[in-house]
Design a protein around this ligand. Structure first.
Ligand SMILES: Nc1ncnc2c1ncn2[C@@H]1O[C@H](COP(=O)(O)OP(=O)(O)OP(=O)(O)O)[C@@H](O)[C@H]1O
Length: 330
């Protein structure tokens, strides 16, 4: 694989004047986090003073094993709500929100296919990740109307009149709701097909997700996350377990997302991949941000090299098969 960076000219321009130092401000951050801390018993897993992710870039979050990368991912995306600190996404505070609420605001993360999901077809996996906002709104309106009708019945003491009127109305609402669901479902299927085609998975749409190869699973995880058209996608080790033949294709998908305007934040151990596609790299060690910068800044950063060597991990900027080394450590 080429070790040349595929940073887009637009992303490189954006980051041109940004100093390579931990916690540095970005010209137009999509994610801003301050004072994030998470402890497990006596162990401080994450203690990040300030972090900004620039909109429209591919940012890598790297660090030796146990540095706190997954814990930070879990906090930012609302899947672990036991940390402290504040963070906002797209200018709105999202700290304290559930994973579902964060995803609705446009920040989604990929999930490994669980055992249960491997027993569903590829299309079923896609549809499970789909938004159902219109159906939810219709049902919400229906339920609100229902409670108002019930209140009127109690207040007027005229159950027959209210009940008589509510039956055709409730049938109409049911039909509307069904229509809402149906058109939403059709839109979801169309979106799923479009994404499956893009990720070369359309021929497998009716196959069990468990029958996919490691690389195809990673593609499905990415495709699922894109069902809600997020502004930012967070990829957890997108290359783990991927056959080298598929790595290039996965990298192309990631850079294409960035070029289409989706911000990408990813955790990865494979140094070739990290140095090859990142516009910006954030390095964590023992829960803290010890360095930030462009790939060339990180390659030569002494504290980064020390952190990796201290952890007997693959060194940033090395030409070896870092992915394999990273996997062995796990
Ligand atoms: N649920 C938990 N209970 C106790 N300790 C935990 C828990 N989750 C993480 N830790 C600890 O917090 C620290 C950070 O772990 P985390 O998994 O976030 O690191 P990481 O950088 O993602 O590591 P890796 O690269 O190995 O996945 C580690 O010391 C880990 O043992």
């Amino acid at each position: 694989m080429s070790s040349e960076t595929t940073s887009s000219p637009a992303a490189a321009d954006l980051m041109a004047g940004v100093a390579a130092q931990p916690g540095v401000a970005k010209p137009a951050p999509i994610l801003t986090a301050t004072g994030i801390r998470r402890s497990f018993g006596g162990l401080t897993a994450v203690d990040v003073a300030h972090l900004e992710v620039q909109r429209g870039t591919i940012t890598a979050l790297i660090g030796p094993n146990g540095a706190g990368k997954s814990t930070l991912f879990n906090l930012l995306t609302g899947f672990d709500r036991l940390g402290t600190g504040t963070w906002s996404f797209n200018g709105r505070r999202v700290s304290g929100m559930s994973g579902h609420q964060v995803a609705r605001r446009g920040m989604v993360r990929t999930f490994q296919l669980t055992k249960a999901l491997t027993r569903l077809t590829v299309m079923e996996n896609m549809l499970l990740a789909a938004p159902n906002q219109r159906g939810e709104r219709l049902w919400g309106a229906f339920l609100r109307w229902g409670s108002r009708a019930a209140r009127t019945t109690v207040e007027t003491g005229a159950p027959d009149a209210a009940g008589g009127a509510s039956q055709p109305l409730s049938r109409a609402w049911n039909a509307l709701a069904r229509l809402g669901w149906r058109s939403q479902e059709q839109a979801n299927i169309a979106r799923a097909e479009e994404l499956l085609e893009r990720f070369n998975l359309l021929p497998m749409r009716d196959e069990m997700a468990g029958s996919l190869s490691g690389g195809q699973r990673k593609l499905l995880e990415m495709a699922r996350a894109l069902m809600t058209r997020p502004a930012m996608i967070m990829l957890d080790e997108p290359m783990a377990g991927v056959n080298p033949a598929l790595v290039e294709s996965l990298l192309d998908h990631i850079t294409r997302l960035r070029d289409e305007g989706v911000t990408v934040l990813f955790v990865e151990h494979d140094m070739d991949v990290i140095m090859g596609i990142s516009d910006w790299i954030v390095v964590l060690a023992e829960g803290r941000t010890i360095a930030e910068g462009r790939p060339e800044d990180i390659r030569s950063n002494r504290s980064v090299i020390d952190a990796y060597l201290g952890a007997h991990h693959d060194e940033p900027g090395s030409d070896g098969d870092a992915g394999a080394a990273g996997e062995e450590d796990r």
